[in-house]
Design a protein. Structure first.
Length: 480
């Protein structure tokens, strides 16, 4: 198999001291970050590796300071600078394919499995070198004397390393031996291999971060990932093809990552038992308080869902979702007294260390804003929020405020329209301004002057009449 030009360019770009020998490319990288970029660039040309074996030698009690060694048939010698190996890893090619002669029907099938492994490997050795302890070998110098000088310097270095108070200057290198294309078997480097790759770790972490921030729509996540890959991971680099599954995951891949985040810490039988004990204590000690608690219950059969909104899909897997509503006699009176005009629905998600969603009903009193009700739900869906709001509506004799103040949340707005159809909904100015600032400063939105755009948008929002509004909108549009 001939060496693909894109693959060879990647190796030549990253490897220091590159040389080719017996079907392998040898070289070194200067940091773990370079190794990460190197492997990411390999994945972009449809070549990935997975860890087969790994050894951490950094905690070894035995001294392994040396001046030269053999790494996979290649000698490592650093001009009389001592070094030690801190980690060794062997990675094998994770790209495999089903060739036609493997899976076509035969009279006698000797192949136990359709999938064949690739024999290509990548050997990595992490070393720490100590340039301050370089041995100055005089010339001429015999082997015995040179060996004695190096032994003394190695002993001196080891004593310095063992002394916790002393800081020893060091540099890190990652020596790599990677197989040439001739060693790869049972697969090629075409687009089909790109589709069979596992998701890149950075992409998976980005999806999990967005899901943690409340972005659970697969289509929204996919759009954000496109800009993340193009403008962050591969900024000023050759971009991977859109068929590369490692960086452009499928709908199902993204959905699985979001589901993992949503299910983490939201399904705990231990916490459920403790919560029941606390609820029973509240019922016994606060007889005038109103409490509703319904623990979640899983379905016996869960059907797979390809819905774009993953959070709604996960919620539908529950027979009953968690619902906790609480209101003391005093704060119920606050809601009845001051909640006839405006009630704010404040979601405190991401402001605490807990995975469950805490909501507050807030009203304005003469002395300031005060909570008038609290509820906890498992998922931020319109159905879950509407269930909780309906509980408070019944507790307060079917009251209906004139206005609701909310964040820009489709789930919250839909729930309020369902439970309080006669109320009007307003977006909180603070939340609106916060969202504007966040979106204008995102690199993927490509806004050249975000501060100026924000100023013009504020003029639109603060317009006091239709004429001022139309004029502010016109100025904003012309600024493009």
């Amino acid at each position: 198999m001939s060496e693909p030009p894109d693959r060879q360019k990647v190796i030549e770009k990253y490897f220091q001291g590159l040389r080719h020998d017996d079907g392998y490319s040898h070289g070194y990288l200067k940091s773990d970050e370079e190794l990460k970029l190197f492997e990411r660039s390999l994945a972009a040309v449809n070549e990935r590796y997975a860890v087969r074996t790994s050894r951490d030698l950094s905690k070894s009690s035995k001294s392994n300071v040396v001046f030269s060694m053999i790494h996979c048939g290649s000698r490592i010698s650093l001009d009389n600078v001592p070094f030690q190996v801190v980690k060794e890893t062997v990675k094998s090619s994770s790209t495999t394919d089903w060739q036609k002669e493997v899976y076509e029907k035969k009279r006698v099938n000797l192949q136990g499995t359709k999938k064949k492994r690739c024999a290509a490997t990548m050997n990595l050795k992490w070393i720490e070198l100590y340039p301050d302890f370089q041995v100055d070998v005089p010339q001429p110098c015999g082997q015995t004397r040179e060996g004695r000088l190096k032994a003394n310097k190695a002993k001196e270095l080891q004593e310095a390393l063992d002394a916790q108070q002393q800081t020893v200057a060091k540099e890190t290198r990652v020596y790599v031996r990677i197989a040439d294309c001739s060693s790869h078997q049972n697969h090629g480097f075409e687009d089909m291999e790109a589709f069979s790759q596992n998701m890149d770790k950075s992409v998976a972490e980005r999806i999990q971060m967005m899901a943690g921030d409340g972005i659970t729509s697969v289509s929204d996540v996919k759009k954000c990932l496109h800009y993340f890959v193009q403008d962050v991971l591969f900024a000023n680099k050759e971009k991977p093809d859109s068929s590369c599954r490692a960086f452009f995951p499928t709908h199902r891949d993204i959905s699985n990552q979001i589901q993992a985040v949503l299910k983490k810490d939201r399904f705990s039988t231990v916490d459920k038992e403790i919560a029941i004990i606390l609820i029973e204590k509240i019922w016994g000690e606060q007889t005038e308080s109103s409490v509703v608690y319904r623990p979640y219950a899983a379905r016996s059969f869960v059907s797979s869902s390809d819905s774009d909104n993953v959070e709604e899909g996960v919620a539908s897997e529950c027979e009953d979702t968690l619902l906790f509503c609480f209101q003391t006699k005093f704060i119920r009176s606050m809601l009845k007294k001051y909640g006839g005009s405006v009630v704010s629905l404040d979601a405190t998600h991401k402001t605490s260390d807990y995975a469950l969603l805490l909501f507050l009903l807030v009203v304005k009193t003469p002395s300031g804003y005060t909570p008038a009700g609290v509820f906890i739900i498992q998922f931020k869906t319109a159905h879950c929020i509407a269930e909780a709001l309906d509980v408070f509506k019944q507790w307060c004799d079917n009251y209906s405020p004139q206005y609701w103040m909310v964040d820009y949340s489709k789930a919250e707005i839909s729930a309020i329209k369902q439970v309080f159809p006669e109320s009007q909904i307003s977006i909180c100015d603070f939340q609106r301004l916060q969202v504007w600032q966040r979106r204008l400063r995102r690199k993927e939105n490509n806004i050249s002057h975000p501060d100026e755009a924000l100023r013009l948008m504020k003029h639109v929002a603060s317009a006091s009449n239709q004429h001022d509004f139309d004029k502010a909108v016109e100025v904003l549009v012309d600024s493009e």
